[in-house]
Design a protein around this ligand. Structure first.
Ligand SMILES: NC(=O)c1ccc[n+]([C@@H]2O[C@H](COP(=O)([O-])OP(=O)(O)OC[C@H]3O[C@@H](n4cnc5c(N)ncnc54)[C@H](O)[C@@H]3O)[C@@H](O)[C@H]2O)c1
Length: 254
């Protein structure tokens, strides 16, 4: 039980990598505050994990709204009495080139991915500090480090997560709070399903296009990302802060 007695917040826990991380954390004994903008999805995940024997509570909210961001930490305190781990995973997937992006495109993706990550962290940090140590894992992407056609808005937001991570790591080191990012490659989730539907291709066609971009010649599974988040969140990563871990099957190095 690598997270026994730990209390973790996971944003975007209603689907994909967030749901996979919630499941992995539950297996390792963490108490969970699960949050998502989709009430039905986050309630379903929470119910499923509680049926597995986990202690989980669901909070519905939009991380880009400060009152919602504050409510996530308040719920953790109310239910479990503290916060040890925060996984900033929720994201907006507005992908548009600079030439075609409207102010609303920019606002939404930056509000959720950058400001939302900042706001959830802001309200969790004082509580994590009180525990004497803690870990924050921000979910960035290989998209932060590469150019992709018509992805400028999203990739910019993911680049900002890497910058935010190193600044948070510096500011929070005196409080013994480690802050790191992970950069997944292509992972099969509801977000990638929306992507192949948007492209008008099948799941198999999308995989055939994406897999060869990775050295391992396949796309990833949410559990493979969840394992990396678990490592960074756990005490096994006690001397790791201010960095990013590629979980990308060799995509960036190829
Ligand atoms: N799937 C991939 O290939 C991939 C690759 C690299 C990075 N990522 C990153 O991994 C993370 C999870 O992605 P995913 O593929 O699991 O996506 P997903 O769409 O399957 O899940 C994201 C969850 O976030 C929630 N969410 C969206 N906006 C929100 C908001 N404003 N407030 C609260 N919750 C909100 C959604 O409702 C959804 O449940 C994201 O940060 C994404 O950028 C994904």
């Amino acid at each position: 039980m690598r997270l026994a007695n730990k209390i973790s917040i996971i944003t975007g826990a209603g689907a994909g990598i967030g749901e996979g991380t919630a499941t992995r954390f539950a297996e390792e004994g963490s108490k969970l505050v699960l949050t998502d903008i989709s009430e039905a999805d986050v309630n379903a995940v929470s119910k499923r994990l509680c049926a597995m024997g986990a202690q989980a509570v669901a909070v519905t909210g939009d991380i880009s709204i400060e009152d919602d961001a504050r409510r996530i930490s308040e719920t953790a305190i109310e239910h479990f009495g503290g916060i040890d781990i925060l996984v900033n995973n929720a994201a907006n997937f507005t992908t548009v080139s600079v030439e075609h992006a409207t102010p609303e495109d920019w606002r939404r993706v930056l509000e959720v991915n950058v400001i939302g990550t900042g706001l959830v962290s802001k309200h969790a940090i004082p509580h994590i500090r009180k525990r004497g140590k803690g870990s924050i894992v921000n979910v960035s992407s290989t998209s932060a480090l590469m150019a992709q056609p018509d992805f400028a808005t999203y990739n910019t937001s993911k680049g900002a997560i890497l910058s935010m991570t190193i600044c948070m790591a510096l500011d929070l080191a005196p409080s013994n709070i480690r802050v790191n990012s992970i950069c997944p490659g292509c992972i099969l989730t509801s977000a990638t399903e929306r992507e192949w539907l948007r492209m008008g291709i099948t799941r198999e066609q999308w995989i055939a296009e994406m897999a060869p971009q990775h050295m391992l010649n396949r796309v990833g599974d949410v559990r493979e990302v969840a394992n990396a988040i678990l490592f960074l969140a756990s005490d096994e990563a006690s001397f790791i802060t201010g960095t990013h871990l590629m979980v990308d099957g060799g995509r960036i190095a190829k």
